[in-house]
Design a protein around this ligand. Structure first.
Ligand code: NAP
Length: 245
């Protein structure tokens, strides 16, 4: 199926590895001109070679204003970001008592304020051209809390409110806003969280972890011309992990 996004410009954050890198590769396959961003320059160079991304920028999304700085440069250079994918490193795990104010604030910047300020900066050019696709990588924790992932359980939920609020404001301008909720997907993140793969697969109806590529196909479709009537949605790619409606 031709997704009709050849030559569109995409900016994918958190794309030097894991889900973001897979999304970048998938969009490149569709003929999209993809720009990737993350903190580590060396990993970005490697990811550019592996994915075929045309440009890359270092950014630290835990620093206020750093995301918008990149968006401004890209809008200046390429005219607009047509397909915007907000994504960053996941928060540390921990129960309520483990988390102090400093960590709450850092992760608020990382998971909530960074997508807000990135989208705010990219939106005017999308509105001008009356076309845009905004995709937020969040987590199944936005819909169903996971014990010990307190920060994720709290902050990801807030982004769903952003999806519902913003999507209604911009739908008539041919701009869609959707959240993608990864379930347990085989990336470095699962290693960092010390996930017991065998145990977790027992809780997933598909009885296996997802692959970054499976998640990336969802992103490419939602980022496409053909998904123009899908907006304000929170779509999980989780092998059936979420049990609720
Ligand atoms: N994999 C899963 O099973 C799963 C499930 C649910 C939700 N998620 C969420 O989905 C997101 C992506 O997960 P993933 O599995 O792809 O993780 P990952 O493999 O650890 O990749 C994270 C990416 O984000 C970049 N990054 C990390 N901190 C950053 C920062 N402060 N500023 C800019 N870039 C930053 C990393 O590159 P640098 O280190 O070079 O910056 C890397 O490119 C995370 O928020 C994660 O919590 C993942």
């Amino acid at each position: 199926m031709d997704l009709l996004i050849k030559d569109k410009v995409a900016l994918v954050f958190g794309a030097s590895k894991g889900l973001g890198k897979a999304i970048a590769a998938s969009l490149v396959q569709e003929g999209v001109r993809v720009i990737i961003a993350a903190r580590n320059r060396k990993r970005l160079e490697q990811a550019m070679t592996e994915t075929g991304a045309i440009d890359s920028f270092t950014v630290d999304l835990q620093v206020e204003g750093d995301g918008p700085r990149i968006v401004e440069k890209i809008v200046q250079k390429y005219g607009a970001v047509d397909i915007l994918v907000t994504n960053s490193g996941g928060p540390p795990n921990g129960f309520f008592a483990d988390i102090d104010n400093v960590l709450w604030k850092n992760q608020y910047q990382n998971l909530v304020l960074s997508p807000v300020e990135i989208i705010r900066t990219a939106l005017p050019a999308m509105q001008q051209q009356q076309w845009g696709r905004i995709l937020m990588v969040t987590s199944v924790t936005a819909r169903e809390p996971i014990a010990g992932l307190t920060i994720s359980n709290v902050l990801r939920t807030g982004l769903l409110g952003l999806v519902k609020s913003l999507s209604n404001e911009v739908a008539s301008q041919n701009i869609t806003v959707n959240a993608m909720l990864p379930g347990y997907t085989k990336t470095q993140r699962l290693v960092d969280l010390h996930i017991d793969e065998e145990k977790i697969c027992g809780e997933i109806p598909a009885r296996r972890l997802g692959t970054p590529e499976e998640f990336a196909h969802l992103a490419s479709f939602l980022g496409s011309e053909k998904a123009g009537y899908i907006t304000g949605q929170m779509i999980a790619c989780d092998g059936g992990y979420l049990r609720g409606y």
